[in-house]
Design a binder for this molecule. Sequence first.
Ligand code: WT7
Length: 636
Amino acid sequence: MSNYHIKHLEEYWQVYRKSVRNPENFWEEIAEEHFLWRKRWDKVLSWDFSKPEIKWFEGARLNITENCLDRHLAVRADKTAILFEPNDPAKEAEHISYRQLHERVCRFANVLADQGVEKGDRVCIYLPMIPELAVSLLACARLGAVHSVVFAGFSATALATRINDCDCKTVICSDGSYRGKKTIDLKTIVDQALEECPGVETSLVVKRTGGEVTMKEGRDQWLQPLLDAADARREATIVDAEDPLFVLYTSGSTGKPKGMVHTTGGYMVYTAYTFKNAFQYRENDVYWCTADIGWITGHSYIVYGPLANGATTVMFEGVPSYPDYGRFWEIVEKHKVTQFYTAPTAIRALAKENLDYVNQHDLSSLKVLGTVGEPINEEAWHWYNENVGKKNSPIIDTWWQTETGGIMISPIPYSTPTIPTFATLPMPGVQPVLFDENGKEIKGNSVEGRLAIKFPWPSIARTIYGNHERYRETYFSAYPGTYFTGDGALRDAVGYYRITGRVDDVIIVSGHNLGTAPIEDAINEHPAVAESAIVGYPHDIKGNALYGYVTLKETGESRDQDNLRKEINQLITDRIGPIAKLQKIQFTTGLPKTRSGKIMRRILRKIAGKDTSNLGDISTLLNPEVVQNIMDESLA
Ligand code: WT7
């Protein structure tokens, strides 16, 4: 257990220095001690960030589900693996033991195999937060099939794009989902999507709401009867450490979503290691991450990281506001949750409500509080610390990305002294560097720049599905020899990192990563729209909200602006999903552009954020006069 569990700051530094001095040795020791490999690796690491090519534990053979399930059966078969808390608080929580989870995964894997799913095939999963979601990821992994989970809040068009991009032949979905008071008809969305997906042969449908659905003959099948008929055992398909485990889409600043490909061995080692250390996980803990498994946070820290450690992981189907704003705290009290991991946007939303919602509940089981997804503002940090943690539970502000697979910069609770808004120190094995705008590395402390990582860690994504060149260009070309994160950061006097936000055209809204280009594309589909530009501006709860500047085609006709706004947001909802809707839409006569025709978002961002004191030199613009117009007409 030597370097697996860090217990104080001095030990952190010892471990960190060791991890940087000899990363291969460091990760090899962890991989050797804590996992089940069917064959040992020939080489710990080979890498070349210029190609880029990264291989961890090359030659090793394993199955991640043997690590997450089978090996626990000897020691904790009856321990709860997944604690499912349904949307309806009147319904019983479901405790799924490791033995039961193992059986459910085996049955599901057998069903998939019967449907012709083989090692390497991509399977799309579009499910709400119900146990079948976790089971289906693991069932794919059992077969060596590659799961591609699409968050069940995405629209039919967004789903279809993702299914087609990685050629899924099989889709797993449900009739519907519960979210608070609402019931959502997911199957209809899937049906619409599949009209655009000629490659899909089979869809397996979980019955959740019992709502009416149309089942397409020869394509759609109810899952439960197939599971009932399936064998409860299934041998795991042994794969190479570098075989893909999953694809997960994230938005880019341009073009279509990027299918980040994560592989098996390194991802397993890194998520397990960081789960144990960042949350200081102990055997009898009850760990709860409130994310959706449709995002990387759920993949790594609801499913794989916790299960690889034999932990009890809570899965919550509902929303923080139902039946009232005390729901999170009620669940913490009821299940005696020890680690609680959520997003700043959720904290800000709950902090607006009456404190009684928190104070009515006994939160004394909590030992560690986590946040992820966007910078946490100071006010939210203090609210979380005082009211939830009672100043007794360290807050870990964990910085990472879909691409990094696991937590990269985070305090180690009870070891690293925390400071509000600082993600603090890199996890062992992570080597951050800062660059200035000219691509020069900024050394020393008390500096600010663009954040890159100069050495591979085991769970870095290996490519973008079907587009390795885009992977190279997006992450490895800005600062050659390093992985560029897209974030800005500062390093303070003692070397703590604070993430200052995206430096590209990605906007984080309520912790969701949104690219401006796909949203602008959706808006521009409107027949009345000539051109548009999206920027983010500060918002109390969402962190950022979207502000759209839209110029209309000159037709001479007058149009009802409120209707247009509705139609534009409807288009965005259809093409991407409601999470990408614009908070404000300003119709303008033009957009400020450089002489080469590039939209000056910097100026638009300042106007949207009501920070117009220093717009910089606008005289070199192609159309400086529009800036004044936009300011005059800007929305209150
Ligand atoms: C972007 C990645 C990692 C899972 C959820 C988001 C921002 C994430 C923090 C944090 C400041 C953060 C960054 C990053 N971000 N965590 N603790 N402090 N910013 O994954 O959708 O891939 O988004 O989220 O800007 O680049 P993602």
